[in-house]
Design a binder for this molecule. Structure first.
Ligand code: CAA
Ligand code: NAP
Length: 246
């Protein structure tokens, strides 16, 4: 029987590549989308045309109740979640001078509280069954900080604190918890940055001189989800074109 993977934000740039890679590796794949996202039917049809059959569930990852309801539906339709990829995330970039509590809270709830909200309903099942993978998609900006991202950098750094603490608690139960910290990847989150900022401030910081590809991150997710990665836990793996060395 194939294992079940749940990817939050699977309709986004990174999430879609992760869903496809996990399906290629033989997992059954479910994803979440924001309630009210009208593109879901078209996206599922587009994926079907490419040979991928995914299930998609509405979920506001920032809400504990919504996460619980979503996971209950996934379990009812597909079975227990074996691999959880906490990928959904947003940016609300502004200097700290301009940062208000609304944009602070929104990013903390969506990028950090979501990790608790989604992991809580699946973690006990994983430890009871003696196998599970929790993979948290953080960011290079959680490791090094970024101008205009006090909210995002704090939330992304917090994700890794969570990974390390939970990894300790479930290490003897066949469950691994890891963080991936991608650098700048060519999705709409990055293409939304003003071109002059991208050209002058960001690309020069990347030794490889290019943005990463979603497929490059998806390959790492697939490895962490595999049986081969059973001894790897509590790690924060940088995948950023060498930016980490700067
Ligand atoms: N480093 C140093 N200085 C910077 C800077 C930077 N990265 N960005 C802007 N500044 C400076 C400007 O040069 C300017 O300086 P002066 O006042 O001396 O002219 C000052 O800061 C104000 O800049 P702006 O006029 O651009 O200010 P703003 O308030 O309109 O916007 C900003 C500020 C929101 C931070 C904007 O510059 C911006 O969007 N920057 C990009 C932020 C970014 O990289 N986000 C990453 C998104 S992708 C992502 O997050 C994925 C991931 O995980 C990797
Ligand atoms: P993206 O294309 O904007 O996708 C983000 C996804 O998150 C979307 O599918 C979105 O779903 C979902 N989402 C946002 N808020 C949500 C909520 N409240 N509830 C449920 N889903 C929600 O961005 P991406 O580049 O693929 O980013 C994916 C993850 O990688 C994020 O956590 C991001 O921080 C991280 N990351 C990205 C980069 C990069 O350079 N791109 C680098 C490092 C880390 P809807 O569209 O349905 O709202």
């Amino acid at each position: 029987m194939s294992r079940i993977t749940l990817v939050t934000g699977g309709m986004g740039g990174l999430g879609e590549a992760i869903c496809m890679k996990m399906a290629d590796m033989g997992y059954e794949v479910a994803t979440t989308y924001s309630p009210g996202n009208s593109k879901v039917t078209a996206w599922l049809a587009e994926m079907k045309q490419k040979g991928y059959t995914f299930r998609a569930y509405p979920c506001d990852v920032a809400s504990f109740e919504s996460a619980q309801e979503c996971i209950a539906k996934v379990v009812k339709d597909m079975g227990p979640v074996d691999v959880l990829v906490n990928n959904a995330g947003i940016t609300r970039d502004m200097t700290f001078k301009k940062m208000d509590s609304t944009n602070w809270d929104l990013v903390m709830k969506t990028n950090l509280d979501s990790v608790f909200n989604m992991t809580k309903p699946v973690c006990d099942g994983m430890t009871d069954r003696g196998w599970g993978r929790i993979i948290n998609i953080s960011s290079v900006n959680g490791q090094k900080g970024a101008f205009g991202q006090t909210n995002y950098s704090a939330a992304k750094a917090g994700m890794h604190g969570f990974s390390k603490a939970l990894a300790l608690e479930v290490a003897r139960k066949g469950v691994t918890v890891n963080t991936i910290s991608p650098g700048y990847i060519g999705t709409k989150m990055v293409t939304a940055i003003a071109p002059e900022v991208l050209e002058s401030k960001i690309l020069p910081q990347i030794p490889m001189g290019r943005l990463g590809k979603p497929e490059e991150v998806a390959g790492l997710v697939a490895y962490l989800a595999s049986d081969e990665a059973a001894f790897l836990t509590g790690a924060n793996i940088a995948i950023n074109g060498g930016q980490h060395m700067q």
